[in-house]
Design a protein around this ligand. Structure first.
Ligand SMILES: N=c1c2ncn([C@@H]3O[C@H](COP(=O)(O)OP(=O)(O)OP(=O)(O)O)[C@@H](O)[C@H]3O)c2ncn1[C@@H]1O[C@H](COP(=O)(O)O)[C@@H](O)[C@H]1O
Length: 109
């Protein structure tokens, strides 16, 4: 878990540094220059490709597409200036709370 955090934090830092790099030499800078809608579209595409890989039971593809998905999600988080720690803190807050119990406790509209 600590290793995963370190990997994601390191990638987050790299992405934040590369946003202002030369777009001809940096994919992060190139996609950032195309705007938030394009970054968001890529997150959607990578999510769909992950789902397709899972449904095909293609383990290697699931790993590759999941890496693409996490990378593009970090790019989107950087674009909206939400630190990865905010997301990880939210997951920590939810730890041990059953999804079934949480949904049942929601106020009825
Ligand atoms: N982890 C990644 C990473 N994962 C995927 N990708 C790139 O994401 C792109 C997605 O591939 P696609 O085929 O879906 O996209 P595409 O065909 O270029 O896009 P479209 O024009 O079709 O939308 C590819 O160019 C991949 O190389 C990544 N590019 C960079 N990183 C990390 O970001 C760092 C900085 O990268 P640069 O900004 O390029 O220096 C690197 O050192 C890596 O650590």
């Amino acid at each position: 878990m600590a290793a995963m955090r370190a990997t994601l934090h390191s990638l987050e830092q790299t992405i934040r540094q590369r946003r202002s790099a030369d777009p001809s030499a940096s994919y992060v800078a190139k996609l950032t220059a195309r705007g938030r809608a394009k970054i968001a579209q890529k997150v959607g595409e990578e999510a769909v490709e992950t789902v397709i890989a899972a449904m095909a039971d293609d383990r290697d593809a699931v790993i590759g597409e999941s890496a693409d998905l996490l990378f593009h999600l970090l790019l989107l988080l950087a674009d909206v200036d939400v630190p990865l720690d905010a997301v990880l803190d939210e997951l920590d807050r939810r730890e041990g709370v059953s999804g079934i119990a949480e949904k049942a406790a929601r106020p009825v509209d």
